[in-house]
Design a protein around this ligand. Structure first.
Ligand code: ADP
Ligand code: MG
Length: 286
């Protein structure tokens, strides 16, 4: 049977906007010593804004944006939303075919030309020579290629959440020995954010299965491993972790369904709160 104190813990959590999918996770939260964290939308706002557009091969800025926005039309990715809101009334092209390339961007056809919108890796693997410009800055660069040529670079910024830095300190005080950020984003952005926050480790340019294997390697060996993320791509790794935490839950998508702990706001500080509740419950029960 479940000790009554656990119900108190689950109730206290829920009053704080933290949903626990069972009393086991109260114990797991208390024991958690390694925490993997997604960057975009978890430690940063995840609301991107287009800063500048650089052109490389004669196409205009407006054309580069039009190609990118056309492919991003139905994208739910924060990058896609940023590009669409930047295009500002400009007409879009008819898209003949469009496909997501997981963790890299989008590819498709417009006016019989192949169009790529995504990171440098996406362009390189399709044989497009990438024109470099100031890439070691803490921005996300979205490259646009048309017909095998690098046509433009869209520089996009995000912001670190207000409570992220404080949260990292609080988690350290609560026994998390290693905090590791995992991201598909530009490695320069990733190390910039990791330095600002004082994380132990950070990996950028990762594909979803690379995130998965990094978490997998940390499991066992007496560790209790947590992962916190918000994206649809994060569902497998949330399932894999001992404590899978979904952030900003609205109740129905795959990420929330597979999570052990759901944080109903977008505040990472709720993880520290959840640990406090799990520790307090433990004292009451034992
Ligand atoms: P994260 O780990 O930050 O959630 P994702 O796996 O969603 O990152 O994406 C990794 C990278 O792939 C992005 O930083 C971006 O460079 C590129 N990318 C992904 N989706 C898109 C998109 N819809 N448009 C442009 N670029 C994209
Ligand atoms: Mg993501």
């Amino acid at each position: 049977s479940i000790p009554l104190g656990y119900f108190g813990g689950i109730g206290a959590a829920s009053r704080n906007g933290i949903l626990l999918k069972g009393s086991d996770y109260l114990d797991q939260l208390r024991k958690m010593n390694i925490l993997f964290m997604d960057k975009t939308g978890t430690l940063t706002e995840g609301t991107f804004e287009v800063q500048t557009v650089t052109t490389h091969n004669g196409l205009s800025e407006a054309e580069v944006i039009a190609y990118a926005a056309s492919l991003e039309q139905h994208s739910t990715h924060p990058i896609g939303k940023a590009i669409l809101s930047f295009k500002n009334g400009q007409e879009l092209f008819e898209v003949e075919q469009q496909q997501e390339v997981s963790g890299k961007g989008l590819k498709g056809f417009i006016k019989h030309k192949e169009v790529l919108v995504g990171n440098a890796e996406l362009l390189k693997e399709r044989g497009v020579k990438v024109t470099q410009d100031n890439l070691s800055e803490p921005y996300t660069f979205v490259h646009v290629a048309v017909d095998g040529e690098h046509a433009g670079t869209i520089r996009i910024s995000d912001k670190i959440k207000e409570d992220s830095k404080q949260t990292i300190q609080e988690l350290r005080e609560r026994g998390i020995q290693r905090m590791i950020m995992l991201s598909g984003d530009n490695p320069d952005v990733v190390s910039f954010v990791a330095n600002e926050l004082g994380l132990d480790e950070a990996h950028g340019g990762l594909l979803p299965d690379e995130k998965y294997s990094l978490v997998e390697q940390a499991l066992g060996k007496g560790n209790t491993v947590g992962f916190i993320g918000d994206g649809v791509n994060d569902a497998p790794v949330i399932t894999l972790a001992d404590v899978g935490i979904a952030m900003g839950g609205i109740g129905s998508d795959a990420t929330v369904d597979t999570a052990d702990v759901v944080i109903q706001t977008d505040q990472p500080s709720k993880v520290a709160k959840a640990i406090d509740i799990s520790r307090f419950t433990h004292k009451v029960v034992w």
